[in-house]
Design a protein around this ligand. Structure first.
Ligand SMILES: [Zn+2]
Ligand SMILES: [Zn+2]
Length: 363
């Protein structure tokens, strides 16, 4: 969300009341987002205060994970490799489907069992408690590319990727963070439970379980279990999610809004659990797909939500109409969005011919 958007509040019916969960300005008639906001993007020059505990922890993590990669190809049992793959996929879902799409943006609702699953996976991913993650992320959306943005990409790739965790926060992040409405999370007993007991729950879910399961279930060695499904898995998921804050704010196209920094980067989008369509996401953050229809075939998170919707555990999935997307692309897109959907005059003939149309009406 662009930093000036908070000036343009629109009341919308049937929306969550936190006020940070949707781009209120997405439909402004005055073309608010078309104005140049470059001057608002900035990073004040300041003395960085390093947090040495985190720097040393990350240094250990990277060295240990590199050793983990070597073990993965030379020493671990096949069961450990399969387990690691699933642990990567599912713990990342705890961030993309849980902390991000469910709790930060409220793009859908989940029943209690699904909330418990997502909370467990989220704790396993160890990216701080949902409450803290959602607060930082809401500030990121509301004050993107300013000093109040915790992972301000104006400070460069390294800062927005991992650097922000290696130094003290800019005072603006703390000040604006206090102003963000988190009442929905504060009133959620599960979220507050996770926050309160995080330092007990997190070591169990992120470190103990993923080390103990391979050791007790198929006699894996401690060395392998610690370095592969535990440390390498954690390090990889951290970096995949961080890429959304770094690369997805720098490299790629801006089909929906050229005035903001977030980009759509199709390359390796499946590796980012569908969070690579970041220009779309910053424009329509309340869309549970985090992408346009038809463009999320590699999005594991969307499939996960849709599966649980099909059995009734996820419900009230919010999305954006093609018309709304189209209006926005015309108004603020960078021109890289060239096909609207079925029937667009620019749609390739081959694409139309090779499209499968199911559930057709009998003539
Ligand atoms: Zn972003
Ligand atoms: Zn987001």
């Amino acid at each position: 969300m662009p930093p000036n958007a908070e000036e343009q509040k629109i009341s919308q019916p049937d929306m969550c009341t936190t006020g940070v969960l949707f781009e209120a300005d997405a439909e402004t008639i005055d073309g608010g987002l078309a104005k140049d906001i470059k001057h608002l993007k900035h990073a004040e020059k300041r003395k960085i205060e390093l947090v040495w505990f985190n720097i040393i922890a990350f240094a250990y993590l990277y060295v240990a994970s590199t050793y983990g990669i070597w073990l993965l190809f030379t020493a671990v049992k096949w069961q450990t490799s399969v387990f690691t793959l699933f642990a990567i996929l599912f713990s990342a879902l705890g961030i993309s489907g849980g902390a991000h799409r469910l709790w930060t943006h409220r793009t859908f609702k989940a029943n209690l069992p699904l909330q418990l699953i997502l909370l467990f996976l989220n704790t396993m991913a160890f990216q701080d408690a949902v409450y803290i993650w959602a607060r930082d992320h809401r500030v990121h959306h509301k004050y993107s590319e300013t000093d109040a943005d915790p992972y301000n990409s104006q400070r460069g790739w390294f800062f927005s990727h991992i650097g922000w965790l290696c130094c003290k926060k800019h005072p603006d992040v703390i000040a604006k963070g206090k102003g963000i409405d988190l009442s929905d999370l504060r009133n959620d007993p599960l979220i507050m439970f996770q926050k309160k007991y995080y330092m007990i729950l997190m070591p169990i879910c992120c470190f103990l379980l993923t080390t103990a399961i391979p050791m007790y279930c198929w006699n894996e060695s401690f060395n392998n279990a610690w370095h592969v499904p535990t440390l390498f898995r954690w390090c990889l998921t951290l970096n995949l999610i961080w890429l959304v804050n770094s690369s997805a704010h720098m490299y790629g196209k801006r089909p929906y809004d050229k005035t903001i920094s977030p980009t759509d980067e199709h390359f390796l989008v499946w590796l980012r659990f569908g969070e690579g369509y970041h220009n779309y996401h910053h424009v329509f953050p309340w869309d549970y797909k985090s992408a346009e229809l038809g463009k999320y075939s590699r999005d594991f998170t969307t499939y996960f939500i849709q599966f649980f919707a099909s059995i009734g555990w996820a419900y009230d999935l919010k999305s954006v109409s093609t018309d709304m997307v189209k209006r926005r692309v015309i108004r603020t897109g960078d021109g890289s969005h060239n096909v609207w959907g079925w029937g667009d005059k620019d749609q390739a003939k081959e694409d139309m011919e090779e499209t499968t149309i199911t559930h057709q009406k009998d003539e």
